[in-house]
Design a protein around this ligand. Sequence first.
Ligand SMILES: [Zn+2]
Length: 228
Amino acid sequence: MSLFNPTDLNCPSCDRSFSFELCASVNADRRPDLRQAILDETFQRATCPHCQGTVRMEPRLSYLDVGRGQWMAAFPRNKVDDWKALEASALDSFNRAFGAGASAAERELGDALKARVVFSWEALREKLLAFDAGLDDVALEELKLLLLRDMQEPPLPLGAELRLTGVASDTGDLDFTVLDRQGQSLESLTVPRDLLAEVTGDPEGWAELTRSLQAGPFVDVQRLSRGQ
Ligand SMILES: [Zn+2]
């Protein structure tokens, strides 16, 4: 079930309060429109009725798509340094719903679900795009490491991250944006999909990183550098 809770927000522009339906969970099988709104980057945007200012609420929700075998816990961008604790609590929630603590039917469902933890709308959207394009998200993170290594002259600001923003339907080329710590876009780049072969063609060379990246559901290069 998709869940929304009415919440009083303080408008960041005029500081007056208004009520907003804050999303706590998305069931993409029953509400494909919510999945589409995440892809369109329109989800959880609020317009203040007093000053018409707009604000986008940070995600703090669970996401379930049985059809695509996806389960995700999404947290606000500024919580990424707490990923170890949040990953553990997300895994706990997943196991209660679909693991040892659940009924046989739910456990069977859980076996077909890939659990992921993300921080920010961009990271959630990236996982949806990668799935639609048939990209393995571990290989995608390894490709980012290759790209980041080549982008160090001049150095990127501390905490900058790469996010997949699109996949060309004809060539399969991959569009990325570089975001700073606050999520502001610094630049964008397009890389040929063939570059992924440098990762997928050498599983032994990447084995150690693959192990590190999939040590938990937070499958993201940030697990190598943040919250240490
Ligand atoms: Zn306002």
